[in-house]
Design a protein around this ligand. Structure first.
Ligand code: G6P
Length: 586
């Protein structure tokens, strides 16, 4: 889940690559590096830490060719030696993904390795193959054949961009499983691991292409040539870049805060655009599936928990929710007429993609709810429902989660012929505006959190707890309120804050029982509800809405609380330690 960027652009290649890296930093930020052509020489500069450190080191450079990388360490610590680009005599590469057979490949290469990474083996293997293909006199052809041979030897996932010293006016890119997008401009061509990396360059870039597995792109300032896995020249269909909400922080201190504030706009846009032909077809068929399984990871999994609640309620049908990382290895019980619905903001999460592949092999129909148009998941699922949250860059998912819930709610409503609630964006806006940190300041030092709720509120509880874990590094548990007394209650004491989410009237009293139980053990209590329950503890009072859509609303103060907790404790909520936004490796 590193970010990679490459470009061919007169004089400005290094600058553009660094600018692209900044846009990709959410994919990893423990070290960064760049290789660029300066005159006749290829310069390589690496730096531990954020892209800003690398930018300072590089300064203003005039260059026509550059490749760059921002890292999220998988193999080897975040040191300068492990930092990309990695090199062999002639090849300089940046890589996103994991080479599963790197140890075995390494043992067959005599050249000395300097890093602990799996990626270095790609550079060394390219070199070995390039040597072995010396009978090919045309350098370009020899490089392409070396790539082909290398791809056939690698096992795992990769998106690679490279410069070859023997032909340094071009860059080459190839991929398997990890995403890679090529952007064509006038007199400049770019390639990156994510379409959002091109944001600042939108005016200059005219066309976007999503490489298929094992495709190769040969890129120069003037031209792009695509090849298939047999080196036949191919055409790749252009993809449309969604009009993104601006990625700058605007007037907000952090991207996460900006993205929470974009929730009303994201809701409005998703509601307006989601009902495409796939949505209509799927909602018609939904009732007829014999089995519906929802898969996802992290926040998307929590959206899946809501999906189970709403689909079961509206369709009167059993729905199961599975963590994609578990689904892919569990015993597969094939069933006729099954739907596997994947939820993924990025559409690139390796475990979720693998789960879909397995579902397809089992003969199930597949559908995706994703925020990224043209992402890998959109290319393998039978039905694609696209949320319109706009680019989400902060690691902690916020507006995309709300839109996933909205998509599920709309799907369940359409499938069951129910009217869709109006003005959800306005209610969300009201919720954001009425949030006051003043009332919550006393909780900013708490180190032990329990989030509880029942039914769909239990999904919100899990999501609220995850936000705090992700960006505030405090211990928090999300729990079904009814389960507290079956174990977790033993952890509750006067140092704990229990946040109870209560939005469903039929279980209001039941969740209040849990509140009473924790209060009796001395815990502090914060209630998040549209019902006036201030007598029970401190309360965040939500605007009232149809109960089924309350999870769209009740999560907002939890996101805001996690943000402020993190910020107040001097952390950077946009870039939490050890995490990355899009987990494209297993
Ligand atoms: C990572 C991110 C989470 C996200 C999860 C699933 O763990 O840090 O915020 O929820 O991946 O991502 P997806 O793009 O599939 O929704």
């Amino acid at each position: 889940m590193c970010g990679i960027y490459g470009c061919c652009q007169r004089a400005k290649a290094a600058k553009s690559a660094l600018c692209g890296l900044e846009k990709l930093e959410y994919r990893g930020y423990d070290s960064a590096g760049i290789a660029f052509l300066e005159g006749e020489k290829i310069e390589i500069i690496k730096s531990v830490g954020k892209v800003s450190n690398l930018k300072i080191k590089v300064g203003e450079k005039v260059s026509n060719i550059a490749i760059a990388h921002t890292r999220w360490a998988t193999h080897g610590r975040a040191t300068a030696l492990n930092c990309h680009p990695h090199t062999s005599e002639n090849f300089i590469i940046v890589h996103n993904g994991i080479i599963e057979n790197f140890k075995e490949l390494k043992s067959n290469i005599s050249e000395k390795f300097y890093s602990e990474t799996d990626s270095e083996v790609i550079a060394k293997l390219l070199e070995k193959n390039f040597d072995e293909l010396s009978e090919i006199s045309d350098i370009n052809e020899r490089i392409l054949n070396s790539i082909l041979k290398t791809q056939n030897q690698l096992i795992g996932s990769w998106a690679v961009i490279l410069i070859c010293r023997k032909n340094p006016l071009k860059i080459y890119a190839f991929k398997n499983k990890s995403p890679l997008i090529v952007a064509r401009g006038k007199g400049e061509n770019h390639v990156a691991s994510d379409i959002n990396a091109f944001e600042k360059r939108e005016k200059n870039l005219l066309k976007y292409y999503n490489l298929n597995n094992r495709n190769i792109a040969e890129i120069s300032q003037e031209n792009i040539i695509f090849y298939d896995e047999k080196l036949n020249k191919i055409e790749i269909k252009e993809i449309k870049k969604q009009c993104e909400i601006c990625q700058e922080n605007c007037n907000y201190k952090h991207k996460m805060l900006k993205e929470i504030n974009e929730i009303p706009k994201a809701i409005y846009s998703t509601k307006k655009h989601i009902k495409n032909s796939d949505f209509k077809k799927l909602s018609k068929k939904l009732k007829n599936y014999s089995k519906i399984t929802i898969v996802g990871c992290g926040t998307a999994y929590h959206a899946g928990l809501y999906g189970k609640f709403i689909l079961e309620k509206y369709l009167n049908k059993n729905v199961s929710v599975e963590l994609a990382s578990e689904f892919r290895y569990k015993t597969q019980i094939k069933e006729k007429n099954e739907l596997v619905l994947a939820i993924s903001q990025s559409g690139e999460t390796a475990d979720t993609l693998a789960a879909i592949e397995i579902a397809r092999k089992n003969g199930a129909e597949t559908a995706a709810i994703t925020n990224v148009c043209g992402s890998s998941i959109t290319r393998i699922c039978d039905y694609v429902l696209q949320t319109r949250a706009g680019a989400e860059v902060a690691v902690a998912a916020t507006k995309s989660y709300v839109c996933q819930i909205l998509a599920l709610y709309m799907l369940a409503s359409s499938a069951s012929g129910k009217r869709i609630s109006r003005g959800i964006d306005k209610i969300a806006n009201k919720t954001i505006l009425s949030f006051s940190l003043e009332n919550l300041k006393e909780f900013l030092g708490v180190k032990k959190f329990f989030f509880v709720g029942r039914l769909c509120d239990s999904a919100t509880a899990s999501e609220g707890a995850l936000k705090l874990k992700e960006i505030a590094y405090v211990h928090s548990e999300g729990y079904s309120a009814g389960e507290l007394k079956h174990g977790t209650l033993s952890l509750v004491d006067e140092n704990s804050l229990v946040i109870a989410i209560i939005t469903q009237s039929n279980i209001l009293d039941k969740t209040l029982n849990a509140v009473h139980e924790v209060k009796a053990r001395g815990a502090k209590v914060l209630i998040v509800s549209q019902f006036e329950l201030a007598g029970e503890g401190k309360e965040i009072l939500l605007p009232a809405a149809k109960e089924e859509i309350m999870p769209l609303i009740s999560v907002i103060p939890l996101q805001l609380f996690a943000y402020h907790y993190s910020e107040n404790n001097g952390l950077n909520p946009d870039m939490p330690r050890n995490l990355a936004k899009s987990v494209t490796v297993e």
